[in-house]
Design a protein around this ligand. Sequence first.
Ligand SMILES: [Mn+2]
Length: 309
Amino acid sequence: MNKTLLITHVDLDGVSPIILLNLTGIKFEYKNVEITDLDETLHTLIDSEDIKKYEQIYITDLTVPEWAYEYFKDNNINVKVFDHHEVHLYGNNYPFATVKVNLGNHQTCGTELFFEYLKEIYPHINTKKVKQYVDYVTELDTWHFTSDIPKELDSLKNTYGTKDFIKSITRRLKSKKETFEFTPFEKKFTKLKKAEIQRYMEAKEEKMLLYEINGKKCGVLFAERNKSELGNYISVNHPELDLVLMLDASSRISYRTNRDDVNVSEFATIYGGGGHQKASGSKFDDEDRNKIILEYFKGAKRLEKEEEN
Ligand SMILES: [Mn+2]
């Protein structure tokens, strides 16, 4: 078993800390965890006592629950936490957590905070090219763009899949090339993808339904992908809306706005969720899906899933 474990989120900001650790040359294991699964992941690690086998645990881009902080403290687990979510600022009560929403004069992300830490211990990773990559991730995660590259990077991650993306980017960052570049194929691919996403967003916009919910004027969409981009597109095109609600029926509900006078995190909290001021989420699980199915197909009976062998 390796002595270092990285527990991190699944998006570009969650996957990039894995890439950064790859660059250090140390051996480690990692787990990509959805926000809603962190509690269970930590419980499993603790109950099995596996957690005590690691000399170093890093947790990035995830909000660590208070009970876990207390456990780490009481059991002298060598954990370091790096995150940028506002709801997680209580983490700073523990010396082993770094939770910052801003770094200098810009909004930061998990990857950047982790990079700031790692580059002190492993100065060889502090190259112009790696910094360039970290900046792309920061731009995407905070939705402040100076170019289209961050969105293209995200598009490539979704196409390659997490494992191959990690391999490919690690190789590129390790290479002798001075700057971070896409291959000719990737350039062509991202161009086609961009046109496809534009068509997708226009189609979703046409199907948007309007509601007043809790005194807010909401545009409601059913969408399973490109939610940040779609939420932003609708927000910009419809300044009359307070917020954009995107229902991903097989996953979760996302809340977006680009208005400064609306806090979607407060809105999401009403529905048991949370997040950032301009981008938040709440759960939409089997229980919710079941309600809809029973409402639509009157008299339907839910059956137990058969055990898979
Ligand atoms: Mn993040």
